[in-house]
Design a protein around this ligand. Structure first.
Ligand code: ADP
Length: 600
């Protein structure tokens, strides 16, 4: 309960910030609604009193009665107007709140450490906050306003009921409270269940994606893999469905019982008042009044119960939302950042850097010392899992080292503004982004300050060896690279990689980081890329990661990583002379080529 209150206490200022004008209108309209609603009931009560007072008396005071009827009609019209305004204000407020929350969620998601994307916990928090979609913030505002309105109405109705007979109040409570408890119990129950289910849902969503996605369509058709995943999907959904039905059955029975108790309370009260009226203790007017108000109280009670359970869900939603919004990135800019050097002198240095992904997990990089002087090509080689990509993530400050430090011109990179520092790197990741947009835009994303027709885009495409095939596309640089839209075209993985390379090249960075840049290129394209490498780089330094040792030959300095440690460093010639790991690897790769040649 305390937690619910805390969540709502945090939510109210948020609603206000998101939409101050409509929040005010919404409150005003709600107060008018309650005021006019109670006034209508009161005037009807006066009318009934007046009519019952006249029964049996031949009086001409019909004018007074007509006045009361007219007043009730006018108040009803005002009530309807207030209700309409209230609905409109609530809707507008809800829409503004939903937009505001989207902005906050996007902000948090973009600032979050990369580590969050690699942890299932993050996805669960994000998914739970997102699965309610844009509807929930709107419902939340509607529920809060509605709850306040019904609460005030209920108080008014209780006062009116008390004026008839105090015994009616306990009966009203019997009618409303069990329904409230049952609903709250089930909401809590569903929440726990859904919380457990998020993982299952994610797994089934993934399987569904596997079976229906275009990227996996080829594999799904081989070796019965598609059927296998589809069966697994069916089993998971079956389990979720059975559990959901079980809960549904339980809820139906409980709600029926609650409704029966409510009806019993109503008829009990009716019997009580009928007997009282027959004995002359209560007037006929009171009985009529009771029927009117008790019905109203009953529907209000039901509505309130629904709202309370909705508010309970809102509170859970708010819990997820605040959980997510309170994620604080560990990798942050300092309060007073140092300026990033424009024309670096010594460049990047790793000084005794160690790194582990999680506390307690083994180190994936240990004791790394290396330099990346500006304008020079540095290469990293090593087997899969030796830590090359992790080193790139540290370099771009997607993570911070757990030991040692990285400096740029002698300054610890944690002292720079994060975004400004990251701008120093144009990176071609192994799993580079493929944006469903035009070729020109896909390149421009490397430097958003460029105009869509800037010649720099074509120059970058030229350097990346992409210009030729782009010009052959149906709409050249304006071709959409996607299958999502009709006019889109699909290009090969190698062509995508060249576009991504052009994107990395167009960025005004001081270092270019190429993680396996030739993995999807054909040998000719690879040869051309590396032949022209120095020219492409211009003044920039580069970090080159490659399995193919023939491509790293051109580097000024080659570092060999093994199991997270630097085992050798030097130029190609130096390392070959040394006769260590590099030389063995190089000869093995070169030998492979020579053997093939020899067999011909
Ligand atoms: P490489 O790029 O040389 O193939 P990586 O840097 O990707 O190597 O991986 C180095 C080690 O770090 C591997 O043992 C890998 O399992 C581990 N690793 C990589 N990414 C993560 C991650 N996000 N969380 C935990 N461990 C990771």
């Amino acid at each position: 309960m305390g937690k619910a209150l805390i969540n709502f206490r945090r939510a109210l200022p948020m609603l206000w910030r998101a939409s101050p004008r409509w929040s005010l209108w919404s409150m005003l309209a709600m107060l008018c609604e309650v005021g006019f609603g109670l006034a209508v009931l009161y005037v009807i009560k006066r009318l009934v009193d007046a009519v019952t007072g006249l029964v049996g008396i031949d009086s001409a005071s019909g004018d007074g009665l007509l006045f009361l009827v007219g007043l009730a009609a006018v108040l009803t019209a005002a009530l309807l107007a207030a209700r309409s305004l209230s609905t409109l204000a609530r809707e507008a407020q809800g829409l503004e709140v939903a937009d505001y929350l989207d902005r906050r969620i996007h902000g948090t998601a973009l600032d979050a450490d990369l580590a969050f994307y690699e942890s299932p916990r993050y996805f669960d928090t994000l998914r739970r906050a997102r699965q309610y979609g844009r509807q929930r913030p709107m419902q939340l505002t509607a529920n809060l306003v509605g709850f306040a309105r019904n609460g005030l109405m209920m108080i008014g109705i209780c006062v009116l009921l008390l004026s008839i007979n105090w015994m009616l109040l306990p009966l009203l409570i019997v009618m409303i409270v069990p329904a409230l408890l049952v609903r709250m119990y089930f909401t809590r129950f569903m929440y726990e269940w859904q919380r457990e289910r998020t993982q299952l849902d994610r797994r089934s969503g993934y399987l569904d994606w596997l079976v229906t996605s275009d990227t996996t369509a080829k594999e799904m058709r081989l070796g019965g893999l598609g059927r296998y995943f589809s069966d697994r999907f069916r089993r998971i959904r079956g389990r979720i469905r059975r559990e959901q039905l079980r809960i549904g059955r339980l809820r139906t029975v409980s709600e029926l019982l609650v409704a029966l108790i409510g009806s019993a309370a109503f008829f009990g009260a009716l019997a009580f008042l009928t007997v009282q009226t027959a004995r002359g203790n209560t007037s006929v007017g009171d009985l009529a009044m009771f029927l009117l108000i008790f019905q109203r109280a009953q529907s209000l009670g039901q509505e309130t119960v629904r709202q309370v359970s909705s508010l309970y869900e809102d509170h859970l939603y708010l819990g997820f939302l605040f959980d997510f919004l309170s994620i604080e990135p560990r990798v942050q800019s300092p309060d007073e950042p140092e300026p990033v050097p424009d024309s670096p002198a010594t460049g990047i240095r790793f000084e005794g850097v160690g790194f582990r992904y999680r506390d307690g997990s083994p180190e994936v990089l240990s004791d790394i010392d290396l330099e990346m002087p500006p304008g020079r090509i540095t290469a990293l080689v090593g087997a899969n899992g030796s830590g090359k990509t992790s080193l790139v993530k540290l370099l771009c400050r997607l993570y911070d080292p757990t030991a040692g430090r990285i400096t740029f011109d002698g300054i610890d990179i944690r002292h720079f503004d994060l975004n400004e520092y990251r701008r120093c790197f144009g990176v071609l990741f192994q799993d580079f982004g493929r944006f469903a947009d035009t070729v020109a835009e896909n390149i421009r994303f490397g430097d958003l300050r460029l105009d869509g027709n800037d010649p720099a885009l074509q120059e970058a495409a030229q350097s990346a060896g992409a210009a030729e095939f782009i010009e052959r596309l149906r709409n050249g640089y304006e071709t959409r690279l996607t299958r999502m839209f009709d006019e889109g075209e699909q290009v090969s993985v190698g062509q995508w990689q060249r576009i991504a390379l052009a994107r990395a090249l167009v960025s005004p960075s001081q270092y270019l980081v190429l993680d396996e840049p030739s993995s999807s290129l054909d040998p000719q394209a690879e040869f051309e890329l590396f032949r022209d490498c120095r020219q492409i780089l211009g003044h920039r330094g580069a970090l080159l990661i490659s399995h193919r040792l023939s491509t790293v030959r051109l580097a000024d300095c080659i570092h060999v990583l093994d199991n997270g440690r630097l085992v050798e460093s030097g130029s190609h010639e130096e390392l070959m002379d040394k006769g260590g790991v590099y030389e063995r690897l190089f000869c093995r790769q070169a030998g492979g080529y020579l053997e093939v040649k020899g067999e011909r």
